[in-house]
Design a protein around this ligand. Structure first.
Ligand code: UD1
Ligand code: MG
Length: 492
């Protein structure tokens, strides 16, 4: 069974974690639109030198989460408005695969959310009916919710994403007339007492008619408590112009929650991890405890995978069918083939583990380690940039770097490849069926022939021929007449 077919993200298009940016089978293609991502705010409360939208959630920058959601909608244009730390944000984004498709607008100084949108205007496609405004610090919004928003906007209207909160403090409130029609949005700082009692809030996310934007934005004033140009004031302008104002309400509030400080970042990270764990379990993965797994990237699992407590998965990790991961393991960019077992406290990075192999406990596989089927790697063994072929065993306390180890090789405890002379790295080659005795030093470049045996304690500086015993060892002596020293007493 292929891994991809069991990817819990791929299956659940309506999951908050659905794989985004691909094609979707069950949805009609949505309207093409512009997307503007507001990211010029300073993010003072993060207390950090890193711009807020670059802080990571589940191993991915907040802004990258928003962009992935945006991409799922296949927009005509995506414009990111930056200000504070804008250069750092652009520099980070330059390595993203869709970098060339992004437009950047600079907002300097920051005079409010409408002013931010105004800076994006020159970059928008005027022929697209809708322009969707997202926040760079609201990472978990679902593409599905945005599709509903666009549908309710219907090309002509202004549609606001709202939420009902038991405690609406800090948010703009939605003011409706007797018939339930939205009249305007009032910011908390400008609101009267009765308005503050309203608990339907503006999430800040809106779909707007593109053609109206230049006119509306030009008409705004900053005559308000914060002396800012408010995006929310477009609602009253729409009403005045007879443009319909609609709304979509989010049920799952975390979707619309923003990150302002590390407390909120961590809370949303937990939420993401919990949703992700649920998706994995629904796809059949056995998690010892869904509260104690951290996925910072993409984890693809085959059938009947078992994952014990406190494992961290980073980058792209693929676990084949019947793989078992012990507690406290870290796997980053790893492929583990069917039936392999990774025991407790192992650390694997940029490497591949073959079918039915056994790794750990306390093993370290560094970049370029490639284990064939049925290989056994035991405790306190470090492998780097090396291939180990089928059924070979390196079970205790060894360092294997820059080596090609054949099949059915047995490497004894404490074996070390001396791969580095202080300037250059050299390779060690060990043929099939070789047996390396314990505490051997393999001084590379060096070759051990197939079927060779190397005696324990050897420092191998010349090639060991196949099918023969090679050893270097000081001759053993015994002194029968030798006496152990005894401690001198004071009086003697
Ligand atoms: C805004 C909304 C408020 C809503 C709330 C939801 C306005 C006037 N108010 O308020 O109704 O309930 O969000 O969280 O829109 N930004 C810029 N440039 C600026 C100012 C802000 O790019 O000049 C960006 C920020 O980086 C952020 C977003 O816009 O991503 C929202 O800014 P923020 O200052 O948090 O707005 P609020 O006052 O919370
Ligand atoms: Mg805010």
């Amino acid at each position: 069974m292929g891994l991809a077919s069991l990817n819990p993200f791929g299956m659940a298009e309506n999951s908050p974690l659905s794989r985004q940016g691909g094609t979707y089978r069950n949805h009609p293609k949505p309207e093409i639109m512009n997307i503007v991502i507001l990211a010029a705010g300073q993010g003072k409360r993060m207390n950090s030198g890193l711009p807020k939208v670059l802080h990571a959630l589940a191993g991915k920058a907040l802004l990258r989460h928003v962009l992935d959601t945006a991409r799922a909608l296949e927009p005509a244009r995506v414009c990111i408005v930056v200000g504070h730390g804008g250069e750092a944000v652009r520099a980070a984004a330059s390595s993203w695969e869709d970098a060339a498709a992004l437009c950047w607008a600079l907002q300097e100084p920051q005079l409010g959310t409408a002013h931010a949108l105004q800076q994006a205007l020159p970059f928008l496609d005027k022929n697209e009916a809708a322009t969707l405004v997202l926040y760079g610090d609201v990472p978990l919004l679902r593409a599905q919710t945005l599709r509903q928003l666009l549908q309710a906007q219907g090309r002509e209207a202004l549609c606001v994403l709202t939420a009902k909160l038991p405690d609406p403090t800090g948010y703009g409130r939605i003011v409706r007339d007797r018939n339930g029609g939205i009249v305007r949005i009032v910011e908390e700082k400008d609101a009267s007492q009765p308005e503050r009692a309203l608990c339907e809030i503006n999430t800040g996310i809106m779909a707007l008619p593109t053609a109206r934007l230049p006119g509306w934005l030009a008409r705004l004033s900053c005559d308000n408590a914060q002396a800012e140009y408010y995006l929310t004031d477009l609602v009253a302008l729409a009403v005045a112009d007879g443009v319909p104002v609609t709304s979509v309400s989010v049920d799952a509030l975390w979707e619309a929650e923003g990150v302002n400080d590390q407390v909120q970042r961590a809370a949303l990270e937990r939420r993401w991890q919990r949703e992700n764990a649920q998706a994995l379990m629904r796809a059949g993965v056995h998690l010892a405890d869904p509260e104690r797994i951290d996925v910072r990237g993409e984890l693809l699992c085959g059938r009947d995978v078992v994952i014990d407590l406190n494992c961290v998965f980073e980058g792209r990790v693929e676990l084949g069918a019947d793989v078992a991961i012990g507690p406290h393991c870290v796997l980053k960019n790893v492929r583990v083939a069917e039936g392999a077992r990774i025991h407790a406290f192992s650390h694997l990075e940029d490497c591949a583990v073959g079918e039915g192999a056994i790794v750990g406990p306390y093993a370290r596989l560094r970049p370029g380690a490639e284990l064939g089927p049925q290989v056994h790697i035991g405790n306190f063994v470090e492998i780097k940039n090396s291939r180990v072929e089928a059924a070979s065993k390196i079970n205790h306390l060894s360092y294997i770097g820059d080596a090609d180890i054949g099949s059915r090789v047995n490497i004894g405890a404490g074996t070390i490849t001396c791969n580095y002379d202080g300037a250059n790295k050299s390779r060690t080659v060990v043929g099939d069926d070789a047996f390396i005795g314990s505490n051997t030093l393999l001084v590379a470049p060096i070759t051990v022939g197939s079927g060779a045996t190397v005696g324990a304690g050897t420092t191998l500086t010349r090639d060991a021929p196949p099918e023969a015993l090679t050893l270097s060892r000081a001759a053993q002596t015994t002194r029968i007449d030798w006496k152990r020293p005894v401690r001198k007493t004071k009086n003697s």
